[in-house]
Design a protein around this ligand. Structure first.
Ligand code: BYC
Length: 307
């Protein structure tokens, strides 16, 4: 009872729960679920852009893209480490991912058809990630909050590189501008889906808000993203593919059209354009890396024997 009261007090005071502190089992489970899904998203998220590393149009663009994809690997690792502080086992989390027992963000199940997709992922996907993740820097669990601070700094940089790439393409040839517009048309709605189902269908939000794991609802963050993106699209010279997008002076926000939630759930449940490919690729990479894990374990055992 005392432990529970102390937990509630720390959360209510906006202080952090640390790994050594007592926490309710539901809190721990919710965090492992969210952090693991987040980590998996970063790792699977390397694939759509990774597809373009060998086809980048210049050495400069290749170096930038390589660095960005490496950053995503780093984000995955900080997050797996944060999940480990809750008692999760990294091998088990990877097994759950490759066996389809744990989710990752729907957004990474769409294909990257042209190099403009690299720019649009930076602008819209990292942009949505920032909207969703900046509040997580104040999440109630210490290791997650601290991981998010560094991740958000890097995501901001990613977003700028995406926007700069798109600006460059928009100043280029007609064909380049068409590529950007086509990519924006394909990624806009999936980016809005990144924030999760509407609040009334979000099974976890209420509990996660009470525990201050989440700081805003899915719809609040989605609205923030729309409001942020409209002026950026105008400056870029692209039209977002939503005829219902309009400023609502009364609300002080942009209104926007209905999201295709049937598509969202299809993709979440494994039936998106690239789900099978993404998971198969991750499984192969994990299997190919077996010798590294074996070598590291053998080396650690040798050092232990020598000590
Ligand atoms: N895709 O009750 P809800 C990145 C699931 S990485 C798939 O609202 P919650 C980046 C949800 O898990 C981006 N599944 O859930 C990387 C739940 O199922 P379970 C990832 C989704 O957790 C590389 C069910 O639907 N970011 O940014 O309260 C390059 C009901 O949802 C999705 C994070 O993971 C989805 N879009 O809220 C560039 C951020 N949405 O678990 C960029 C941390 C929902 O009950 N996560 N589901 O079986 C969060 O903030 C929250 O987990 C969410 C969902 C807002 C995503």
């Amino acid at each position: 009872m005392d432990l529970e009261r102390e937990f509630e007090r720390v959360v209510a005071a906006d202080h952090r729960i640390e790994p050594r502190d007592w926490m309710p089992e539901g809190y721990r489970k919710t965090l492992v679920r969210q952090i693991a899904q987040h980590a998996h998203s970063e790792i699977i998220g390397m694939q759509p852009e990774g597809d373009w590393i060998s086809r980048a149009p210049s050495l400069r663009r290749k170096a930038i893209l390589l660095a960005k994809v490496q950053d995503e690997a780093g984000h995955g690792l900080y997050l797996y480490a944060a999940a480990e502080t809750l008692g999760a086992d990294r091998d088990d989390l990877t097994a759950r991912l490759v066996e389809g027992r744990q989710k990752y963000s729907s957004i990474f199940n769409y294909p990257t058809l042209t190099f403009a997709d690299v720019g649009v992922i930076g602008w819209l996907v990292d942009g949505a990630a920032i909207c969703n993740q900046v509040p997580l820097c104040r999440t109630s669990y210490g290791p997650y909050a601290r991981a998010m601070i560094r991740i958000c700094k890097e995501e901001s940089f990613h977003q700028r590189q995406g926007y700069e790439l798109l600006m460059t393409m928009m100043r280029g040839t007609r064909a380049q501008r068409d590529m950007v517009r086509d990519a924006v048309d394909r990624w806009w709605w999936p980016a809005l889906m990144m924030f999760g189902p509407p609040d009334e269908e979000s099974a976890n939000t209420e509990r996660s808000l009470a525990w201050r794991i989440k700081r805003h609802t899915n719809d609040e963050l989605r609205q923030r993203f729309v409001d942020m993106s409209v002026p950026q699209a105008e400056k870029l010279g692209v039209t977002l593919p939503d005829p219902k997008l309009a400023w609502n002076a009364e609300r002080g926000h942009y209104d926007f059209g209905e999201i295709d939630w049937a598509e969202f759930w299809r993709v979440v449940k494994g039936d998106g354009p690239c789900n099978a490919q993404r998971v198969a690729h991750r499984r192969e990479a994990h299997e190919d890396g077996a010798w590294v894990r074996e070598a590291a374990a053998a080396y650690a055992a040798m050092r232990e024997r020598a000590a």
